[in-house]
Design a protein around this ligand. Structure first.
Ligand code: C5P
Length: 245
């Protein structure tokens, strides 16, 4: 396995959006040997829980637990403490929860690390505007004014102020985030669609190659892999496109 391949595969986060552990495990088996990040979201976690996350860690995967916490600071502190003890490499909260809530997430994770020998501090990121949110939805339904990019950059700056390590956004906004928060501030970008694939409910989309060119640190890909006739081939083609970019 050459270095380029290994590095790019490590920047691909496969969204294991399945209703049960058996189906998710089947995909993991199909992708065996590809050193990608695995993303566990609410659909899988709410049914398969911590045991499934532990099984991924036992197989050597880096795990992003995408539960998008958004609650009062005390509750988020406790949630972050529990997720950190589970040994995940990355988890997230909603930036819309505010500065105190994001600081509480970090404090919860730090407390868990301090209490538990051998535990490493996870990367904590904030969701800015969901990639399914368009400008019209943001302005007219959510009630946030301005452009999506302005809102994303404002949330990213707030997340940085809270001491978090990065944000979830569309790769369309990566340049503006990096300009405001620095290149080390991580950008995790869903809304990735290879040429010719179905957009579905995503509104702000780019291809894997475009996302890499724009500087996304990690690309989150779900349905273009999970619903492909040959998921392994789909993942390999995405990694090849990332390398080529
Ligand atoms: O299937 P698809 O490639 O659209 O999957 C995208 C994944 O990224 C889903 O698991 C979704 O929950 C997640 N996500 C997102 N937008 C965000 C944060 C997470 O699409 N802002």
């Amino acid at each position: 396995m050459n270095t380029d391949y290994k590095q790019m595969a490590g920047r691909l986060m496969v969204a294991l959006d399945y209703p049960d552990a058996a189906q998710a495990a089947e995909l993991v088996q199909k992708l065996e040997g590809i050193p990608c990040y695995m993303k566990v979201g609410m659909e899988l976690f709410y049914t398969a829980g911590p045991d499934f996350v532990r099984s991924l860690k036992e197989k050597g995967y880096s795990v992003f637990l995408d539960l998008k916490m958004h609650d009062i600071p005390n509750t988020v502190r406790g949630g972050a403490h529990s997720l950190t003890r589970l040994g995940v490499d990355m988890f997230n909260v909603h930036a819309a929860g505010g500065l105190d809530m994001m600081r509480a997430a970090k404090a919860g994770a730090e407390a868990a690390v301090a209490e538990t020998p051998g535990l490493v501090m996870p990367v904590i990121i904030a969701v800015t505007q969901l990639t399914s949110t368009s400008q019209v939805v943001m302005n007219e339904e959510i009630g946030v004014g301005g452009t999506v990019e302005e809102s994303v950059v404002r949330y990213a700056s707030l997340a940085k102020k809270a001491g978090l390590h990065g944000v979830v956004a569309s790769s369309l906004e990566v340049e503006a985030i990096s300009a405001a928060c620095g290149r080390d501030f991580k950008t995790i970008t869903p809304g990735i669609r290879p040429e010719g694939s179905v957009t579905g409910d995503q509104a702000r989309v780019l291809t894997p190659g475009q996302a890499i060119v724009r500087g996304s640190h990690y690309l989150v890909v779900g349905r273009p892999i999970t619903t492909a006739p040959d998921p392994r081939l789909a993942a390999e083609q995405i990694i090849e496109e990332m390398i080529g970019a």
